[in-house]
Design a protein around this ligand. Sequence first.
Ligand SMILES: [Zn+2]
Ligand SMILES: [Zn+2]
Length: 318
Amino acid sequence: MWRDIRALPIRVPFVDSESGLGFLLRAFSANGVSLLKARELFSIKDWRLLTPEQAAALSRATNAEPHWLAERLLMRDAQTPERFKYFGQLFGGHAAYANISAKVCPDCLRKKRWCHRVWILPGAAYCYVHGRPLIDSCRRCTKTISWLRPSIDLCKCGRYLEGDLSIGAWQAMPLASAWTQWLDLRLDTTRTSESNNIAGIPPFLNNLSIDGSTSLVLAFGEHERPDDSVSSPRKVTPSKLSAKIQRGIERLASIDGAPHEARRWSPYVHTPTLEKMKRSGITSADRRCAALLLSYVGRRSPRCHGGKQQRGQLELFF
Ligand SMILES: [Zn+2]
Ligand SMILES: [Zn+2]
């Protein structure tokens, strides 16, 4: 019975900035057990649907303190089951889907040999240490990087995970880099206030949840050209996502303090994302902010809101 599984003989050190899945991959592979095998042993159907009992059993097996591990695993929130919790922050269900692929920075992996907590977030696409996009597929076999790989830096195909090191393989995107650093600070309860000081990130995002800020950045960065008819496909490479984030932050920074300016970005914005945030944003500030911005960029009901700037509400966010 998986509840009776004892502690693994070889222990690995704990790293506070590591994701729970990354820790489990490291802890089990150090003992010659893949996460695929661990999933069988602990009757886990889906890593996104771990029960508290399974998380507790995994912590016993890996000698981790239960709360320490549970906090690092994207798990359903006990109070609001449609939401997920990660490092004490709430996320919508879409965060869980992003959790399927395992984005990594190959340079960080080679140097540190653990998976950074921020890589799991749907809005993380760029390494702020090495100034390059994360990768989500293996260069050798071209398949999506899996959590069920044999060890932290090996693909399921058996080759080392490597990025494209050729000159010009990626372009520097300082705002996408600052954004990942901002996300990481927001996950760290001891350093959250430092997120106010990240250059280039619009300060008003600090009033919103990580989930809501990510939705705004992605909504505003959606189209490179006005009225691009094609929306991003569901699966976007970290390079393309980085470019989208870079655009989204630039545009949001241009309306910080002057939200009515959002109107000029109207042909570039993905309004369904804002509509969803208005309906089911994580916090009331998220929902109000989405409603306010929609009143400027939404084209469905320009007569209701378009004529007037709602100054009374603006102070809440800007
Ligand atoms: Zn890196
Ligand atoms: Zn491979």
